[in-house]
Ligand binder design. Structure first.
Ligand SMILES: C[S@@+](CC[C@H](N)C(=O)[O-])C[C@H]1O[C@@H](n2cnc3c(N)ncnc32)[C@H](O)[C@@H]1O
Length: 221
């Protein structure tokens, strides 16, 4: 099978594949129920034919918040893309524990999935919660929110659809607002934190360090 071509500029940290027994077991046994092949066409309308809304979540981490959100919105279908294998195993484990049937998980760089697998106008929304902040100036090109990212996601979202982003890194919130403000593709800005968005482990760590959390929502123009 041919190699998947990935962007050279990674928006994630390479963390190794060491997983707990439960994560590994979940990955091995639950892949048929929850996993999707990153080389296949991934059309949320076909995967979740009965769902009212279909959402792509980018970067679920260990998946605690993702599983809670999916349980809170059983009528919504969630496609989740996470590049870190133990995180994928963890979310599969949590999904099974909660008996979720409205979630599918893809282990890959989301740039590849958006480029190769997801048809245009097949998503109602995108969730991007606590993307790696890349605080050092010389790393900012690794931030996932870039002009090119807006161009990549725009055609995938239905008319009236949106992207919801949250970050606990205040300078990154400013960066995100400047990129969206300069773009003709989306309109929106800062919103109140929705009461249904649970605090993930990652977010909790930021809050304990005194970080300010910003939620932003941008609608497709
Ligand atoms: C800082 S963590 C936050 C995780 C989670 N959303 C939370 O709130 O706890 C960011 C996650 O995004 C994932 N990630 C970063 N870039 C990605 C990409 N291009 N494709 C898929 N996942 C990515 C990382 O592996 C990491 O698990």
């Amino acid at each position: 099978m041919s190699e998947i071509e990935r962007p050279s500029n990674r928006s994630y940290r390479l963390r190794g594949d060491r997983a707990t027994g439960a994560q590994e077991q979940a990955y091995a046994t639950l892949w048929p129920a929850y996993g999707l092949d990153p080389r296949s066409r991934i059309d949320a309308r076909e995967i979740f034919p009965d769902s009212q809304i279909r959402i792509l979540e980018i970067g679920s981490g260990m998946g605690e918040a993702t599983a809670q959100i999916a349980a809170h919105f059983p009528e919504t279908g969630f496609l989740v893309v996470e590049v870190h294998k133990p995180g994928v195993g963890s979310l599969m484990h949590l999904s099974e524990k909660a008996g979720l049937t409205n979630i599918k998980i893809i282990e890959e760089d989301v740039h590849v999935i958006l480029r190769d697998c997801i048809p245009d106008q097949s998503l109602d929304a995108i969730h991007l919660y606590f993307p790696d902040p890349w605080p050092k100036n010389y790393h900012q090109k690794r931030r996932i929110v870039q002009d090119s990212f807006l161009e990549l996601i725009h055609p995938k979202i239905n008319d009236g659809g949106y992207i919801h982003i949250a970050t606990d890194w205040f300078p990154y919130a400013g960066w995100i607002q400047r990129i969206f403000a300069a773009s003709d593709l989306f309109t929106g800005g800062v919103i109140d934190r929705p009461e249904w968005r649970p605090i993930s482990k990652f977010e909790g760590q930021g809050i304990r360090k005194g970080h300010i959390v910003t939620d932003m929502k941008y609608f497709k123009k």
